[in-house]
Write a protein that binds this ligand. Structure first.
Ligand SMILES: Cc1cc2nc3c(=O)[nH]c(=O)nc-3n(C[C@H](O)[C@H](O)[C@H](O)COP(=O)(O)OP(=O)(O)OC[C@H]3O[C@@H](n4cnc5c(N)ncnc54)[C@H](O)[C@@H]3O)c2cc1C
Length: 481
């Protein structure tokens, strides 16, 4: 071993503030100072919540959920609600924080560096709200989002979930080209005043604890795309039940459940968007959500890296700290660089979604006017009737058609797929290498890295496996028809 000059006294991972984590934000400081300030406050709140309430209980929660997959820590959710985590992406006029994908991704990295299972409770909730936001069916902003924000202020958790995956259809449902040949079983039949829904969904995050579930279904299995619909189903609906809650290897704090729909009546007004728009909506949702999945994975990698540094700062082998060896320094630098690659990818993808996709509508001057309407007026009968009117829905829909370019939707989809698969592969690599560096201590549960390794694996699978995401990036970025 080559003797080292200027050996460090202590290892520190420099991420003290938002500028250190995302240097490109420095470019925004002049023109977008508000965004930088908002992201700073997101990072600060998430860090405080994570350090105070999540990290101290993460291992114990993981153990409890392994013994009883029906357990759910409502208390932790309520603590997160004090920071407004359930209403992050709800537009301000409807009582939320009015934050977008970028804010949400920063939140996910922070929370998941403490416990990805807990982070994913808030992540899956936002995923359930995303189709409403993306539709953009403003009638439902008042119907579904406002109650979430109001319940949060009262301290009552009202969780959402999103149900796409079925026992025999997963990757194919998430891809427009494969959708027509997917073996879909969830079926909606048109009846007077609404639909009768039958079918089964599996592996639905928050499925067993959500109050509302967004469900993708088809009216005619022979014409799945043209007849795809998205329906909001309350957990109190007659005919709805929760089946198996999975005993899974990681992210245990967030339950994944089987959901059963037996002749569930869904009123027509609980359909999000028009008939035939369900599949398109899935594409928009995944374009917005895969970036934040990259952030979940980045958080996991960073959580493992931070725990590794704590270990290296306190553990000596043969009288020397491991980090005094060059082989260790090279490995650490490599891991740090990979985490930064993952972070920049998800950050770009989230920004891309906010600046080019549906969230940009919220910055349209006409939508901005909504911000000026006091919340109390938004709750009045007259305002509610106006905002939930067919006219308002048509207006926002036309605004979306005029302002969002198909090419940009494709760009968002490819960037978010890249962020998802690269960051999740990095998360698995970093957690695995961290354990290797620690030798026999690596797999010891008490150090917390073994748990993060299990947590990381899941990010390669959900929101489309990494193979599917590679194909998606290929189709959207390299393959022009
Ligand atoms: C912890 C967890 C939470 C989840 N949460 C949710 C949720 O909240 N909501 C929800 O709807 N779903 C959820 N899912 C489901 C998840 O999105 C699916 O598992 C995922 O999309 C893969 O689908 P599948 O399991 O049907 O795999 P399959 O589609 O059957 O794929 C099996 C294998 O074949 C490969 N494969 C399939 N098609 C191709 C192809 N064309 N080319 C190359 N390879 C291919 C896949 O990459 C994979 O390796 C969750 C899953 C997990 C594990």
């Amino acid at each position: 071993m080559t003797p080292q000059r200027n050996e460090p006294e202590k290892l520190i991972y420099r991420l003290r503030n938002i500028r250190e984590a995302y240097p490109r934000l420095l470019l925004f400081e002049k023109n977008k100072a508000g965004l930088v300030e908002e992201l700073t406050s997101v990072q600060r709140d998430a860090r405080t919540f994570g350090e105070t309430h999540v990290r101290p209980v993460a291992l114990e929660l993981d153990r409890k959920m392994h013994e009883d997959s029906g357990h759910f820590d409502w208390n932790l959710v309520k603590k997160g609600m004090e920071y407004g985590f359930l209403s992050y992406i709800i537009p301000k006029p409807f009582g939320g924080k009015g934050y977008f994908t970028t804010h949400f991704a920063v939140l996910m990295e922070e929370l998941c560096s403490h416990c990805p299972g807990v982070g994913n409770i808030f992540g899956a909730h936002a995923l359930g709200l995303t189709p409403i936001l993306m539709s953009p069916d403003i009638r439902h902003y008042a119907r579904y989002m406002q109650p979430v924000a109001r319940a949060e202020k009262r301290g009552e958790p009202l969780l959402f979930a999103l149900a796409i995956t079925e026992p025999e259809a997963g990757s194919d449902v998430e891809d427009a080209d494969e959708y027509p040949s997917a073996r879909l079983t969830t079926h909606a039949r048109k009846v007077d005043g609404g639909y009768i829904l039958n079918g089964r969904k599996v592996f639905i995050s928050n499925g067993s604890v959500a109050r509302y579930i967004w469900v993708g279904a088809v009216l005619d299995k022979k014409r799945p795309i043209e007849t795809s619909v998205s329906l909001m189903v309350p957990s109190t609906a007659k005919g709805f039940s929760v089946g198996r809650v999975e005993k899974k290897m990681g992210q245990r704090a967030c339950p994944a459940a089987e959901l059963i729909f037996e002749d569930v009546f869904v009123p027509e007004e609980d359909r999000v968007g028009d008939e035939g728009e369900g599949e398109r909506l899935i594409g928009l949702v995944l374009g917005a959500s895969r970036g934040p999945v990259g952030a979940i994975a980045t958080g996991i990698a960073r959580g493992a890296f931070e725990r590794l540094l704590d270990y290296l700062n306190t553990t000596k082998a043969n009288g020397r700290y491991l980090f005094e060896h060059q082989w260790c320094q090279i490995m650490l630098t490599d891991l740090m660089t990979k985490i930064q690659i993952a972070r920049q990818l998800y950050f770009d993808s989230a920004l891309c979604c906010d600046l080019l996709g549906v969230p940009k509508l919220m910055n349209h001057p006409l939508m901005k006017m909504l911000d000026l309407v006091p919340e109390v007026l938004m709750q009045s009968g007259m305002a509610k009737r106006f905002f939930t009117s067919q006219w308002m829905y048509g207006f926002v829909k036309r605004l979306a058609e005029r302002n969002i370019r198909t090419d940009d939707v494709s760009l968002i989809a490819s960037y978010s797929s890249m962020a998802k698969y690269v960051a999740s592969d990095i998360a698995v690599e970093v957690t695995s290498k961290a354990m290797e560096i620690m030798g026999e201590d690596g797999p010891v549960a008490a150090y917390g890295i073994e748990k993060l390794y299990r947590d990381a694996k899941l990010t390669q699978i959900y929101e489309g496996t990494n193979q599917i995401n590679r194909l998606y990036a290929f189709k959207n970025c390299l393959c022009h028809k």
